[in-house]
Ligand binder design. Structure first.
Ligand code: F6R
Length: 611
């Protein structure tokens, strides 16, 4: 973890590598490094803990120059975040390796390599790879052959980039459980863990598949598959994505992405709505036939995507009567699961590369599910490639680590799924599909209206700046919305935030409520409103400060200890999408007031490709 960039060219590639790392900064990291084969044929390296800007500055003081190089941003897993543990790792000043992923048998390999005389200078699992490869290189002679032999002994996940001073015309790569993509240039070629890193130099990409090993030279690329066979992988031309690296008029990517929601929700809907119904084919040509067989839905996801899944359970069971279970992938993957007959296995993921979600999907294969459906934002991701059906959320690249537009577009995708299943099974109330299709068409402009409340939310954020703890309450389908609000606040402002179903308050958490504990609530005008109001009374009676995002018709007003932000009217079914926006803005403005690193909060990575 977390970002890899590599290049082989006729020109000096240092600036390309550093720029690539900058473009991957959004994924979160704690140290960075670069290694090149310099003009004397020697391996040179620079590493810094902290930001890529520090590495860049060090590089201007001690310039590195070379035509072959690799670079990395590290998010610590094995060993503290410090310069000694930063990649690239060397073996005998002959080989350099950068690695994303985790080597599970690193301890055993470390002992074997120590017995062979190798000295370790870091606490990382990665260092065993470079020494193992060095050992194989001296046994076998050729770098690609040595890499093929070395990876046989690795257990775990890896995306690897390798260079050798003894074979300075090639960059080697290996993929197993951690994505890698080759960027094709003219007389120069590149490698990265995410194509975004290479958009500055090319728009033509070749995605490596699981088990692939690649040898990348200036004029050629050779790929071997899992079985060691020479293979050709498709070249993909990317049209968009260039805008992603630009914050435009906004101070942070997160704010830009919050404001993009009307536009990207529109994109999620494009081509998926008929006159009065959802187009089932939007889920793939065989979707209608498959959906007709579905009697149960199992949803798996992590973090924010899991919250989207929780909202979908209320929709699926409430609107179609089709049973639905939702579970976090990290638990599901290690549990013995009793698979319900005719279950559709649905994964939700922004990146499509989350290790736990991917592992859950892989475990689900052969476990008796009817089919798998990925609701995902990245068309080229592993999750999409490995699922039977896909619904792309089309939110565009999300750079802020805290997910915003990915979540709302996932919700839209999940509502489309609910309506498609309801339609195929004729389970929807008469007229409901046409009514919701109409509401969905209006959704982008209505979300624009919600965003125009920004100033009011910014004001409310002032109530939080000095606080240490917060409760978020919601009832029914708004409970997962409250969970998502709490997750956003803790991620970027580092304020401890807990979400509860409002009815649970008196079963324990009420003990925490006092004047120092702000309580945030979403209160649309739904059938649980009166019950929620009683819960809010319980908070006020204990001196708790209430911040309520409430429907105009909810009958809630500002008063002593109660701050009400009025929300425009919305359809009850779509309320989770509307009420998410003010909670995103609230976390954003609290974080700005507290001066945290909004787009790259501490300790977090954008795409969690390790367990
Ligand atoms: C929170 C956040 C994470 C992700 C989670 C899953 O703001 O972004 O909780 O939602 O790591 O990631 P994906 O959706 O890429 O599988």
């Amino acid at each position: 973890m977390c970002g890899i960039v590599g290049a082989v060219a006729e020109r000096n590639i240092t600036a390309i590598l550093i720029e690539g790392l900058k473009r991957l900064e959004y994924r979160g990291y704690d140290s960075a490094g670069i290694a090149v084969i310099d003009n004397d044929g020697q391996l040179s390296r620079l590493r810094r803990s902290g930001k890529v800007a520090e590495l860049d500055q060090a590089q201007t003081l001690e310039p590195l120059s070379g035509r072959l190089g690799i670079a990395h941003t590290r998010w610590a897993t094995h060993g503290a975040p410090c310069e000694r543990n930063a990649h690239p790792h060397f073996s005998s000043h002959e080989l350099a390796v950068v690695h994303n992923g985790i080597i599970e048998n690193h301890q055993a390999l470390r002992e074997q390599l120590k017995d062979l005389g190798y000295l370790f200078t870091s606490d990382t699992d990665t260092e065993v790879i470079v020494h193992l490869l060095h050992h194989k290189l001296h046994e076998l002679g050729d770098l690609a052959t040595a890499l093929k032999a070395a990876v046989q002994e690795l257990h775990g996940a890896y995306g690897l980039a390798v260079i050798s001073a003894s074979q300075p015309d090639r960059l080697l790569a290996a993929r197993s459980g951690s994505p890698l993509v080759i960027g094709l240039g003219l007389g120069e070629n590149f490698l990265a863990s995410d194509p975004l890193a290479l958009r500055q130099v090319t728009d033509r990409f070749v995605y490596l598949e699981e088990g692939d090993i690649a040898e990348i030279r200036r004029e050629s690329v050779r790929i071997w598959d899992l079985n060691g066979q020479d293979v050709q992988r498709e070249t993909v031309q990317h049209q968009d994505g260039a805008e992603a690296a630009d914050k435009g008029e906004y101070r942070h990517f997160m704010l830009k992405e919050i404001h993009e929601q009307p536009k990207v929700v529109q994109r999620t809907l494009e081509g998926r709505l008929g006159d009065a119904q959802v187009l089932v084919e939007a889920f793939g040509p065989q979707a209608a036939e498959l959906f007709a067989k579905v009697r149960n839905v199992q949803i798996i996801a992590c973090g924010t995507s899991y919250h989207a899944g929780m909202v979908a359970r209320y929709w699926l069971e409430g609107l179609t009567g089709i049973p639905c279970q939702v579970e976090v992938a990290s638990e599901f993957r290690y549990r013995k699961v009793a698979v319900q007959p005719d279950s559709l296995f649905v994964t939700i993921s922004q990146s499509g590369e989350t290790a736990d979600t991917l592992a859950a999907l892989r475990n689900a294969k052969g476990a008796g599910y009817l089919a798998s459906l990925a609701i995902c934002n990245v068309a080229t991701s592993s999750l999409v490639r490995e699922s039977d059906l896909t619904l792309l959320t089309n939110a565009g690249p999300e750079i802020g680590v805290a997910s915003t537009k990915a979540f709302t577009t996932q919700l839209v995708g999940l509502l489309l799924l609910t309506l498609a299943l309801g339609q195929v099974h004729k389970r929807l109330a008469p007229g409901l599909e046409a009514e919701l299709v109409e509401e969905l068409r209006r959704l982008p402009s209505r979300l624009g209206e919600v965003l125009s409340m920004e100033k009011a939310v910014e004001k409310v954020a002032e109530l939080f700046a000095e606080k240490h703890h917060t409760l978020f309450l919601g009832r029914g389908v708004q409970y997962p919305v409250a969970m998502e609000g709490a997750l956003k606040l803790k991620e970027i402002s580092y304020i401890h935030a807990e979400a509860y179903p409002a009815g649970e308050l008196k079963h324990g958490p009420l003990a925490l409520v006092d004047s120092d504990m702000p309580v945030v609530t979403v209160a649309p005008n739904d059938e649980l409103l009166e019950k929620l109001k009683s819960n809010l009374q319980e908070v006020r009676a204990r001196g708790g400060q209430l911040i309520v995002f409430a429907a105009e018709q909810a009958g809630l007003e500002d008063g002593e200890g109660t701050h009400v932000v009025s929300m425009p009217h919305c359809h009850e079914v779509l309320a989770p999408i509307y009420y998410t926006l003010p909670l995103q803005l609230l976390s954003y403005y609290v974080a700005v007031l507290r001066g945290t690193d909004v787009d790259q909060p501490r300790n977090l990575a954008k795409s969690v490709t390790v367990e």
